[in-house]
Design a protein around this ligand. Structure first.
Ligand code: ADP
Ligand code: MG
Length: 678
């Protein structure tokens, strides 16, 4: 068995299962090995009932002192009862499991396990598992992988498949030189793969994790080294003429640029007018006004006779940028074009033609921009917005669509400078560290779930005053396919809680781009007042009239992500509010959310968050889930990132090639990264 083999080589994987695995992004044996557990399940010690906390997993012995009652509510059969021990009692509920009534006998003791939640102010456990003594003691203190799932793919299937692969595949031949391994106290790769999936205990798992994270960062640095080398080979470019359009654009803005924006614009301009090839990252907190910098650079590029592109991660954002840029460019002779994946084949063909014949000078779109069929006429500038959503590879493909385009990358991810230098090692950095002066700081509050009705009243009042609101829906843990259902159900609840003149709609990841665009457009026009959404809303969206961001299950998000979500409000002249609803009363959650409550500064938040959670806090939440690392988290694993960078950055191209020639696996992975053959 080889890592590059299709996953169907594993015994027992038929066509149907393979399709399911494909949905999870698993095509090869390697993909399967790199489908890492998102968490591990541990059956801890038996708790007392009075120790059970909201939002936490509990396992305990309960005495059935009453019979189970069942009732029917719409299509649901609900079975419920209460159990007790010497310290207290708790409610249990099961849905659509009428036979439970015959399984559990009043007057007996059972071991129950489940997550506690609060219903009408009381703690209950929904769908608790019933464990035999044997089951419990067999599983106690053993870490069992919990994998990301999809419809038709069970945790059991994944864990069996991984086990089968590990038994058969040859993972010897570690590509990391043993000196590097020793220096950094790293376990062997083969051992790491086994232990990350089936760790003996937490300590082993952390060691395995460290090694795999190191690998990811090491490979990443090698890829950067390669690209830097490629770039330094490139010749100089004809210097741009400063022209008059960008100044006229600035003159015509309804506001004055902040000093930070002016500084960044000067740096961009200098790059382009100096005859070097720009490779620049613009890093600025949400709402710091990065879009206008892109608009200025694209205008200057057009005035110099070149085509330019602006690539963004979502269709909603592409549309929004297209509209605001078109409007901005109206007085000038700059034509814009929108190119997205959801356009019809005919529309796309037309767009390709216009691009090729140079009928347009600014092309805005999603990753459709880098499709093979797009041929640019004379690409002078390539901008990617919200860069953390794109891999190095995509950025690279776009810049190879022409000889030597200027490259500008815009990101709101608050990465400390020391890390940014590593992660964007091939780029110069401009920092936009100032918010427009007219902004009122967002008012924050952290509340628990009892606060719902007050929050809805608050939203209602804001809407009465003409404003709008976002609500980030509670999360479903079980599977992504339930996400849609969950959003729809929750939206219904919100509709019932608000008066009928308020229009509430929803947005989720499973909707077609066209549907999403329509909803977003109506929200932008205030035809929709409340938008219930999953986190698909988080990047870049700009509706300045929205003043409330209410986030359910705030405890489940990383602080950086919460900060991004919050950044959707506070974009206009009105006072804005962020309501963080936490389903957990744990001290740690409180402390973490308190950071967000007291600060609106993304860099400060990322730094404080880092202090609170030690490295190896594996059960924590991934902060940078959209970076290109599967396991590594640039915040939590900052130390490993630095170490891997140290180890890799001084390798010369010939050393890297030598390493690759000795190890097919490394070569293969590195090629995957940079998108070309070595
Ligand atoms: P981000 O940096 O998050 O991409 P945007 O570019 O979307 O931020 O800008 C957010 C909002 O701020 C937009 O409505 C934009 O028009 C406005 N804006 C940008 N620069 C300024 C400024 N200097 N003064 C006032 N408003 C500004
Ligand atoms: Mg933006």
């Amino acid at each position: 068995m080889q890592l590059t083999d299709a996953i169907s080589v594993v015994k027992g994987i038929g066509e149907k299962t393979e399709k399911g695995l494909n949905k999870l992004g698993i095509y090869t044996v390697q993909d399967m090995l790199e489908h890492y557990p998102r968490a591990y399940d541990i059956y801890g010690r038996l708790m007392n009932i009075n120790e059970i906390e909201e939002g936490e997993m509990a396992v305990f012995v309960g005495y059935m002192y009453m019979n189970i009652e069942t009732k029917k509510v719409r299509h649901l059969t609900i079975a419920s009862c209460r159990v007790k021990d010497a310290t207290g009692s708790i409610g249990l509920t099961w849905f659509n499991m009428p036979y439970i009534k015959n399984t559990l006998k009043s007057g007996s003791y059972y071991i129950f396990r489940g997550k506690a939640s609060r219903k009408n102010g009381m703690l209950v456990i929904e769908q608790p598992k019933i464990l035999s003594k044997e089951e419990y003691y067999n599983k106690k203190d053993v870490l069992q992988p919990i994998y990301p799932l999809t419809n038709g793919v069970t945790n059991n299937l994944l864990s069996k498949t991984v086990k089968a692969i590990i038994e058969e595949i040859d993972l010897t031949g570690d590509f990391l030189p043993s000196t590097i391994r020793k220096e950094n106290d790293l376990v062997e790769y083969r051992f790491a793969v086994k232990q990350i999936h089936f760790p003996k205990d937490k300590e082993e798992m952390l060691r395995a994790r460290k090694r795999i994270v190191f690998n990811e960062f090491f490979l990443f640095t090698l890829a950067l080294t390669y690209m830097k080398e490629e770039k330094s080979k490139k010749i100089r470019k004809n210097p741009y003429d400063r022209g008059s359009i960008s100044d006229a654009l600035i003159e015509g803005l309804p506001y004055e640029l902040t000093n930070a924006q002016k500084r960044a614009w000067n740096e961009i301009m200098k790059d382009m007018c100096d005859g070097v090839i720009m490779n620049r990252l613009v890093q600025g907190d949400v709402g710091s006004g990065k879009t206008v910098l892109a608009a200025l650079a694209l205008a200057m590029n057009a005035e110099n006779g070149y085509q330019g592109t602006l690539m963004v991660p979502t269709e909603v954002l592409a549309k929004q940028h297209f509209e605001s840029l078109s409007k901005l460019y109206e007085p000038f002779d700059i034509s814009c074009l929108l190119l997205t994946g959801s356009m019809t084949a005919k529309e796309k063909r037309l767009a390709y033609e216009k691009i090729k014949n140079k009928e347009v000078s600014v092309v805005i779109g999603t990753h459709a921009l880098i499709q093979e069929k797009v041929e640019y006429a004379d690409l002078g500038l390539v901008i990617t917005d919200e860069q953390h959503r794109f891999g190095v590879k995509q950025r690279e493909i776009l810049s190879t669509k022409s000889e030597n385009p200027h490259v500008l990358v815009m990101s709101a991810t608050p990465i400390p400078r020391t890390l940014a230098i590593i992660l964007y090692g091939d780029l110069d950095i401009s920092v936009v560290d100032e918010l427009p002066a007219n902004r009122l700081p967002i008012k924050n509050c952290v509340v628990n779930t009892d606060y719902h009705s007050t929050a809805y009243r608050f939203i209602e009042n804001q809407i009465q005053e003409g404003r709008q609101a976002y609500i980030i829906c509670p999360m479903v843990e079980e599977s992504e396919s339930m996400e849609a259902e969950n959003v729809i159900e929750y939206t219904q609840k919100v509709r019932e809680a608000l008066p009928p003149f308020i229009r509430t709609e929803y947005l989720h990841g499973k909707m077609k781009p066209k549907e999403k665009n329509e909803i977003m457009e109506q929200f932008a026009k205030n035809e929709i007042q409340v938008l219930v959404s999953t986190t698909v809303i988080e990047v870049g969206v700009n509706v300045p009239n929205a003043t409330v961001m209410m986030i359910e299950n705030a405890e489940r998000f990383g602080l950086a992500q919460l900060h991004q979500l919050r950044g959707r409000v506070g974009r206009g002249d009105h006072q804005s509010y962020c309501i963080l609803v936490s389903g957990s009363r744990s001290k740690e959650t409180k402390k973490r959310l308190e950071i967000l409550n007291t600060s609106n500064d993304g860099f400060y938040i990322a730094g404080e968050d880092l202090k609170l959670r030690g490295p190896g806090d594996l059960f924590g939440i991934r902060q940078s889930g959209d970076m290109e690392f599967k396991l590594g988290d640039i915040y939590n694993d900052a130390k490993v990132l630095k170490a891997a960078n140290e180890a890799a950055k001084n390798m010369s191209i010939s050393e890297i090639q030598k390493l690759c020639s000795k190890n097919e696996r490394l070569k293969h992975q590195l090629e995957g990264y940079i998108g070309t053959t070595l």
